[in-house]
Ligand binder design. Structure first.
Ligand code: HEM
Ligand code: NAG
Ligand code: NAG
Ligand code: NAG
Ligand code: NAG
Ligand code: NAG
Ligand code: NAG
Length: 316
């Protein structure tokens, strides 16, 4: 009889248990009511000294969510022979980790041991968009931090040379649709790219053409000017769009003019559905923002961790 009661109890508890791991808007209302303004002020402070911070935070969050879910695995430092994600190949412009460290320190001072690094990074990415002139939104919270970060797993990230089917596959493996792909690619309204990320389009494009013919010729010429074939300038590259510190829909407008930076950006024009969405977001900033917010919440809800890390760079 007792065993029966325990069994029934366990069955009844299961959905409750599953619910505990779900995210919610009011997750820290009782345990850390000042969480959000604390994170926002750390992001604001960093932005005042370095305008590249918002782009860095947004990309960091995307990389985090695409490997093992949004579990702050991207924040872990390498340890001994174990090289972590931040040391993996497309790490070239991952930076501004100190902003998350500062936010975490301030949050720990207020509510020790309560808030995950994954939630702090998610909030910081939201703030980065909002403080750059983009939309803001309520972030569901309650993520846990993971205990594994492995550099070789960064191979699972989509590459800038991907075509539309490769992009679609990468996103659908994470429960994200073609609409999410187009909306989230709009993150390329912020930031900077190194030459290596679009080199394939401007030198030796294929056996017959040196330059990708879908690039506007004058734009290709300007990219070749900053990125010559045997580029020796270490940090050479181009801004992601014409207003790289402002979150707007210029990315889509430029894409339609042959001024998208990556093959993966251009690829959005090679499928009728994604092409229609690019045109829609190019003609309406409001439609873009609405779609971006929806897709960000979806991407941010891929979870995966187990613990509340005390220091975002090391497992407990
Ligand atoms: C669709 C697949 C994607 C590919 C192939 C891709 C690829 C890249 C590459 C190659 C860079 C330049 C790195 C460098 O050379 O420094 C970059 C930068 C960036 N990406 Fe993406 N990305 C993708 C999706 C996203 C998403 C979903 C977001 C966020 C919503 C995002 C946000 C950014 C930002 C903000 C930068 C600029 C970083 C900085 O200035 O520090 N990307 N991306
Ligand atoms: C490296 O990773 C392995 C396997 O996850 C673990 O057993 C080992 O303790 C790690 N080494 C260090 C120095 O953290
Ligand atoms: C780990 O690194 C040390 C030196 O730091 C090296 O001696 C050892 O062989 C490495 N172990 C493995 C399993 O790669
Ligand atoms: C990292 O991943 C690679 C490839 O999956 C694997 O061979 C390696 O053992 C992993 N490293 C650790 C420390 O778990
Ligand atoms: C970035 O990745 C490259 C190639 O894997 C590696 O040599 C480099 O040390 C990494 N950079 C950082 C800052 O971890
Ligand atoms: C995309 O690239 C993959 C791998 O190279 C290839 O198999 C596939 O046919 C390509 N798809 C399109 C639509 O070009
Ligand atoms: C090079 O690219 C162009 C434009 O996409 C294409 O028409 C041509 O067939 C390609 N050449 C080779 C050899 O693949």
């Amino acid at each position: 009889m007792a065993a029966m009661i325990i069994l029934l109890f366990a069955i009844a508890m299961f959905p409750v248990y599953a619910h505990v791991s779900a995210l919610s808007l009011n997750y820290y209302d009782k345990t850390c009511p000042l969480l959000e303004p604390t994170v926002t002020s750390a992001v604001k402070k960093a932005m005042m000294n370095d305008i590249t911070v918002p782009a860095a935070l947004l990309r960091m969050h995307f990389h985090d969510c695409f490997i093992r879910g949004c579990d702050a695995s991207v924040l872990l430092d390498s340890k001994g022979n174990n090289t972590s994600e931040k040391a993996g190949p497309p790490n070239i412009s991952l930076h501004a980790f100190y902003v998350i460290d500062n936010a975490k320190k301030a949050v720990e001072a207020l509510c020790p041991g309560v808030v995950s690094c994954a939630d702090i990074l998610t909030l910081a990415a939201r703030d980065a968009v909002a403080l750059s002139g983009g939309p803001t939104w309520a972030v569901p919270k309650g993520r846990k931090d993971g205990r594994v970060s492995n550099a070789s797993e960064t191979r699972q990230l989509p590459a800038p040379v991907f075509n539309i089917s490769q992009l679609q596959q990468s996103f659908s493996q994470r429960g994200l649709s073609l609409t999410d792909l187009v909306a989230l690619s709009g993150g390329h309204t912020l930031g900077f790219s190194h030459c290596s990320s679009f080199q394939n389009r401007i030198h030796n494009f294929n056996a017959t053409l040196d330059i990708d013919p879908t690039l506007k010729p004058s734009f290709a010429a300007s990219l070749r000017n900053v990125c010559p074939a045997h580029n020796k300038v270490k940090n050479a590259g181009a801004n992601m769009d014409s207003s790289a510190t402002t979150f707007d829909n210029a990315y889509y407008k430029l894409l339609l003019k042959g001024k998208g930076l990556f093959s993966s950006d251009q690829a959005l024009l090679t499928n009728p559905k994604t092409k229609t969405l690019v045109s829609k977001y190019a003609s309406s900033k409001q439609a873009f923002e609405k779609a971006f917010v929806k897709s960000m919440i979806k991407m941010s809800s891929i979870t995966g961790g187990q613990e509340i890390r005390l220091n975002c760079r090391v497992v407990n």
